[in-house]
Write a protein that binds this ligand. Structure first.
Ligand code: UGA
Length: 473
């Protein structure tokens, strides 16, 4: 198959690379020539400047120039393609609705070119990025306006999660394809031929609208799992003596019907999809007069979760942030990515700066450079108070408190480093429950405030070390 992937962000680049691995002839198109040059260089560092996904750059290196080609010239490749995947940015508008400006511009441009094509073979334009229910139909209207012949439309949403996208793309749990015409289903079956009859992969063929809806229902349900655990499970641990969140999770999720995914309580779910998709679905449902209370609650719990731990530290641990130095560990929206989009760390850092901290010492294993762009002083002059560190140890040095915002594995053994680098009384705020031996820290005089449990302070004043005592005398 000759496949064009239009748009080379996370979704497009992964789709292009994986399709080229299946042996299709793939042209990844982007109107940003710098990106195209970086991908064409084949150098991991260049590729990862734009998309840093485990296994992606090595996959691109394997197929580049053989099955995979990058271009910013759509005209020369569009005429005889079998499929064009639309992987274009669909940012949210202020009111939560989806901004289709980029989408419409690209679709209009392609429709003009397709109206002039010589080849008469059937082609399908496929929406891969998440778009509102009805967008495939809207695309059909654009094609009709330009009098494009023999080109079908389809919805084939992306369900990959960042950090594990390549592995998941090689063995997806399902493929959802929404079309109107048998020929279009047939073309997409050829694209995904190794999955169509797979015993463990669900290959679902349906209407374009159902396919678009599947993506929204899936993502809003996933966010609702997280909000349920954060808004109900975590609260029980935070408010009622002797309710242990880890045991609660294990007890509840022992039921096969209840997912363990989502039960990892956190200072909010971030990323480019959940917040955007739930707001868009709320908007779409309001348009058809459906009550959106449940989705609104799910969204609000998640937003509250991103900032409430700072208030808990003030109210429950009596910590005053004014003029303090706070170490913030984990800036990306989750582990194994450098993606800062909608990361909880943004709300955490804004809240801390609003409380008057004098300095933030920030560290992320992968996202420091991306964080520098997000926290540019052009956006907020207070971001100048952020100093970027090369390790957790460096961030902790000379700080008065620690905030853990993302769940990188390397933070799990942090209690030893904390004891080594800072002395009690010192406040640890754990947004991800990354410190399993927190009770030992508390016994040694540290204060601990975490999502899912009550604030813990040492029962007795910490012992002052003899040298310190002597120095003070
Ligand atoms: C999410 C969905 O999981 C994918 O299925 C979907 O395709 C994708 O959005 C998308 O629409 O493109 P992703 O945003 O990469 O994928 O990240 P997730 O792994 O789902 O995590 C989202 C957030 O929830 C992260 O901040 C994560 O740390 C948090 N989370 C996850 C929790 O707080 N608790 C959990 O138990 C699980």
């Amino acid at each position: 198959m000759k496949i064009i992937v239009a748009g080379t962000g996370y979704v497009g680049l992964v789709q292009a690379a994986v399709c080229s691995e299946y042996g299709h002839e793939v042209y990844a198109y982007d109107n940003n020539p710098e990106k195209i040059a970086a991908y064409n260089s084949g150098e991991a560092a260049q590729i990862e400047r734009y998309v840093n996904e485990p296994g992606l750059s090595s996959l691109i290196q394997k197929t580049l120039g053989k099955y995979l080609f990058f271009t910013s010239d759509i005209k020369s490749i569009i005429g005889d393609a079998d499929v064009i995947f639309f992987c274009l940015p669909t940012p949210p508008n202020q009111d939560g609705s989806t901004n289709l400006t980029f989408y419409d511009a690209a679709a209009g441009e392609m429709a003009q070119l397709l109206a002039k094509r010589r080849s008469k073979k059937r082609m399908v334009l496929v929406n891969k990025s998440t778009v509102p229910i009805g967008t495939a139909r809207h695309l059909e209207d654009i094609l009709r306006t330009h009098n494009v012949q023999n080109v079908g439309v389809a919805s084939n949403p992306e369900f990959l999660a960042e950090g594990t996208a390549i592995a998941q793309a090689r063995k997806p749990d399902r493929l959802v394809v929404g079309c109107d015409h048998p020929e279009d289903f047939q073309i997409l079956r050829r694209v995904y031929s190794q999955f169509v009859n797979h015993v463990r992969i669900k290959y679902i063929e349906t209407t374009p609208e159902t396919s678009e809806a599947i993506k929204y229902v899936a993502n809003t349900m996933l966010l609702t799992y997280i909000s349920f655990w954060n808004g109900v499970g975590a609260r029980l641990g935070e408010k009622i003596d002797n309710v242990r969140i880890e045991d609660l999770r294990r007890g509840v999720t022992a039921d096969d019907r209840i997912s363990t995914w989502g039960s990892y309580v956190s200072n909010g779910a971030g990323g480019s999809c959940f917040g955007k998709d739930i707001r868009s679905l709320i908007y779409q449902l309001r348009n058809v007069d459906v009550s959106t209370k449940m989705l609104e609650a799910s969204y609000e719990v998640n937003e509250y979760q991103k900032r409430y731990l700072v208030d808990r530290a003030i109210n429950e641990a009596d910590f005053q942030f004014s003029n303090k130095t706070v170490a913030v560990l984990g800036l990306a929206f989750k582990k194994q990515t450098n993606d800062m989009r909608d990361a909880s760390s943004i709300k955490v850092i804004e809240t801390l700066l609003g409380k008057g901290v004098s300095k933030i010492k920030a560290y992320d294993p992968l996202a420091n450079e991306e964080a520098k762009e997000t926290f540019s002083s052009a956006n907020n002059i207070l971001f100048d108070k952020i100093e970027y560190c090369n390790s957790a140890k460096e961030a902790l040095a000379d700080s008065d408190a620690l905030f853990i915002s993302a769940d990188w594995e390397e933070f799990r053994g942090l209690s030893g480093t904390i004891e080594q680098v800072v002395k009690p009384p010192y406040l640890v705020i754990d947004g991800r429950r990354m410190i399993p031996d927190y009770e030992e820290l508390v016994n040694k005089g540290f204060q601990y405030v975490a999502v899912g449990s009550m604030a813990m302070s040492p029962l007795v004043a910490p012992e002052i070390e003899p040298e310190l005592e002597a120095a003070e005398a």
